[in-house]
Design a protein around this ligand. Structure first.
Ligand SMILES: Cc1cc2nc3c(=O)[nH]c(=O)nc-3n(C[C@H](O)[C@H](O)[C@H](O)COP(=O)(O)O)c2cc1C
Length: 340
């Protein structure tokens, strides 16, 4: 597709996205405060961190917490994982009954050992019968649209994930996201976007994922693969404004690097929301990695990171942010500053 289409609406069943730039589910990362930021920079849809359906049906409190969405955060997708069709269906029913989301995504691609040992995530790819039992049980339990996210294959030599695509659509799945890596590859392995192109020939809407680390990558993925939408994951870490940059690139042919002022305003807002949502201890712990990502590539960042990692006190944390902001502004005035 031409990249212009990325900025147009798309309907996944009854769930309407105003654009096709989707913020990926990321465990430990795509929480309410961060999703609020991602949305503010123009993500067309946000997803929860994945939730265990076994934990959810047992009433696990932390799992409930993951499901909270921000005011006005719509459309919002909840991603579920599990290997037990009954628990998967029951979770889906409750999500719908309680109005917790507009769309349910089933994780079929998680390669984490603990998840696979429970027969969930990418383990289901090895057992297509059970995989379809799980998918059918969820689709049959709700009228909400159900989507799936999977890896293209188990190893570079097979096409296990891609082979499932036609049947996934025929059992009622409303969109498939293909992560263009095989299960045996780590996240650092270069993605194989040719698999997204193949997948799009097998069923649509097809969302491409894997290796979109810059606005240019999003445009290239859309143009090279013909996918119907692009899902961004690690590319939004420390750079939630990538959604705005992609829009700028498509609309004007160039994108403007974020100013230091706006970068630091985003860091402060994110930190405030994290403290409000998770309390002092958890809020600060969660922010440590985000703050490190926000300053990646900036000068003099090591000292800032050390300060952030050493404190459990919100006031000290904000002082560290202010001090680093001042230091960079002084440096910018004196020597100029290279931004990514
Ligand atoms: C820390 C981390 C957490 C992740 N959590 C999830 C998750 O909860 N659900 C999921 O489907 N994928 C998860 N993923 C995979 C991403 O959504 C995405 O498919 C993957 O990072 C490839 O995209 P990228 O190359 O653009 O990062 C996670 C990845 C990372 C690095």
């Amino acid at each position: 597709m031409t990249s212009q289409r990325l900025l147009t609406p798309i309907a996944l069943g009854a769930c309407r996205l105003s654009n096709r730039l989707i913020a990926a589910p990321m465990a430990g990362i795509s929480d309410l405060p961060f999703r609020t930021i991602l949305k503010s920079f123009g993500a067309g849809m946000t997803f929860s961190e994945m939730i265990s359906t076994e934990a959810f049906v047992r009433g696990h409190e932390k799992t409930r917490g993951i499901l909270k969405r921000a005011e006005g955060e719509t459309p919002f997708g909840v991603q579920i994982f599990g290997g037990n069709p009954a628990a998967m269906a029951e979770t889906a029913r409750r999500l719908e009954a309680e109005g917790l989301c507009e769309l349910i995504d089933i994780n079929l691609g998680c390669p984490v050992k603990k998840v696979m040992r429970s027969g969930a995530g990418a383990a289901l790819m090895r057992e297509p019968e059970r995989l379809f039992e799980v998918v059918r049980s969820v689709v049959g339990a709700v009228s909400l649209p159900v989507t799936v996210k999977l890896r293209a294959c188990a190893t570079p030599k097979d096409t296990a994930g891609l082979d499932l695509i036609p049947d996934l659509f025929s059992v009622g799945v409303r969109a498939v996201t293909v992560h263009a890596r095989c299960v045996s590859w780590s996240f650092t392995h270069p993605p194989e976007w040719g698999w997204i192109e193949k997948a799009a020939a097998l069923g649509r809407p097809l969302i491409g994922n894997g290796g979109v680390m810059s606005p240019e990558d999003a445009v290239k993925m859309a143009e090279q693969t013909g996918c119907d939408g692009v899902m961004i994951a690690r590319g939004y870490l420390g750079r939630p404004w990538i959604f705005r940059e992609i829009r700028q690139l498509i609309e004007t042919g160039a994108w403007a690097p974020i100013s230091l002022e706006e970068r630091f305003a985003t860091m402060r807002l994110h930190t405030r929301m994290s403290l409000e949502t998770f309390g002092e201890r958890q809020g600060i712990l969660r922010m440590r990695k985000h703050l490190a990502w926000y300053v990646k590539g900036l000068p003099l960042n090591a000292e800032f990171r050390r300060g952030v990692n050493a404190t459990h006190d919100p006031e000290q944390l904000f002082r560290a942010i202010d001090a680093y902001d001042d230091r960079l502004k002084r440096k910018e005035r004196g020597e100029g500053l290279v931004e990514r």
